[in-house]
Write a protein that binds this ligand. Structure first.
Ligand code: NZQ
Ligand code: ZN
Length: 388
């Protein structure tokens, strides 16, 4: 096991009827006025907005609404939010929504405190030195953004979907009431499940040694998600299944799953982000396509862990390591198909002639891969494997 420092300052409220705590928490943190960041429509139709606003009003916290954040959130919208936050002199930012809303709220919080262009924080030209306090009410469990310091934003005009991370971007408090996720479409539910699984894969397959506890932890998350997403496809309002998936999402990417490891691989994520940047596909859908192809491309770097994955997740116990691994990857694709996720780039509407520029784009922000370092040609090969 590698040495590690584990830091996570986010307080979580989890379960039914927990949204009512948001007003009191803000008040106890000395917040008088918040920028309430939300998506396009769901929080109004699900009743989340009514619950949140009732709590804010009840605790005398003023709020300014900033709605319309879209999936694959864009920089121009974040810039608008920064302007509004400054103009209204808010003391904090409150995200109410899914990962896109949380990520936008985080970058708005950092942007209000940053003098220059907020995109400089992504390019490395400037560092996040401070941010407004961030709070959140989560309505879609997938990204782990409710309990981590990461955010992903797209600069649409340059097709750059890039991430940042900072200790200043952890929410102070996040509320997760799985009941409201009953309203998610089957597609968003499936995309979320794939994203959670992918976060685990990124950590599980980063070439770490002597991390048995974390391997068991990862496998528990994967099995739990695979089992419960199927339940939700039959019964979207099964509270217990929603709750299992919701907590799995948080644990998958709140750093606990990374302890003692090498930091995760994250190549599949960057390879996916380039697909989303060009085609605006949902992150989870892109991952369902990219991840198995990435596995096929890199499994030889760590045959033992891949064979363990075959055994522990798919019960494949006989045969040589390589055969077991290839069978497991096939079964993973079958599972994605079974739950209705796309499994080829073609299904996502990607044009073959775009693969090259997508590959170039994927390697722009940082070097890719920990288990296997990947250059542009490697990414192109993976896209080709994932094409049809
Ligand atoms: O806009 P509204 O109307 O709210 O609709 C949303 C949106 O259409 C809807 N939705 C949310 N909660 C709902 C609901 N519909 C019904 N009932 C509810 N309770 O769901 C749709 C998708 O929402 P979105 O926030 O885009 O999804 P998700 O949470 O999967 O976030 C995806 C974004 O997060 C980034 C992704 O790349 C993508 O941009 N990621 C962020 C990470 C992080 N911060 O750590 C890590 C991830 O790997 C990921 O890259
Ligand atoms: Zn992800």
């Amino acid at each position: 096991m590698n040495n590690f420092t584990y830091y996570n300052p986010t307080k979580i409220y989890f379960g039914k009827d927990t949204i009512k705590n948001i007003g009191r928490e803000l008040r106890e943190h000395g917040i008088r006025k918040v920028l309430l960041v939300c998506g396009r429509q769901s929080i109004f139709s699900t009743g989340v907005y009514d619950r949140v606003s009732a709590s804010l009003v009840g605790w005398h916290v003023d709020f300014v609404r900033f709605s319309g954040v879209q999936s694959n959130p864009v920089l121009s919208k974040v810039q608008e939010g920064i302007q509004l936050g400054r103009k209204e002199e808010v003391d904090a930012v409150l995200a109410v929504g899914g990962g896109s809303v949380f990520d936008s709220a985080k970058v708005i919080a950092a942007g209000v405190k940053h003098e220059g262009d907020v995109w400089d924080l992504f390019t490395g030209q400037a560092k996040i030195e401070d941010a407004l306090p961030i709070f959140g009410v989560l309505t879609l469990s997938a990204t782990g953004s409710e309990m981590n310091g990461n955010a992903v934003i797209t600069k649409a005009e340059e097709n750059k979907k890039w991430g940042i991370g900072s200790r200043h971007l952890y929410p102070r408090v996040s509320i997760i009431d799985p009941e409201f996720q009953a309203y998610l479409s089957a597609r968003d539910t499936v995309n979320g499940a794939v994203d959670i699984m992918s976060h685990v894969f990124e950590l599980y397959f980063d070439g770490s040694k002597n991390v048995e506890l974390m391997q068991e932890y990862s496998e528990a998350i994967i099995r739990t998600v695979m089992k419960n997403v199927k339940i939700l496809l039959t019964n979207p309002s099964d509270y217990e299944a929603r709750a299992q998936i919701a907590w799995a999402a948080t644990l998958a990417l709140n750093n606990s799953n990374g302890t003692g490891r090498r930091g995760g691989d994250w190549a599949a994520h960057d390879i996916e982000h380039s697909v989303s940047a060009f085609y605006n596909v949902a992150h989870g859908a892109g991952l369902a396509v990219v991840t198995p192809a990435w596995m096929r491309y890199v499994y030889k770097e760590d045959p033992k862990t891949f064979a363990r994955f075959a055994e522990k997740i798919f019960g494949i116990t006989t045969g040589p390591q390589e055969e077991k691994t290839l069978q497991a990857i096939e079964q993973l694709i079958n599972f994605f198909r079974e739950i209705g996720a796309p499994v080829t780039l073609k299904e996502l509407g990607v044009k073959y002639e775009d693969l090259e520029k997508m590959a170039g784009n994927a390697v722009q922000q940082r070097p890719l891969g920990k288990l296997k370092k990947l250059q542009k040609e490697d990414v192109l090969a993976i896209y080709k494997m994932a094409y049809e």
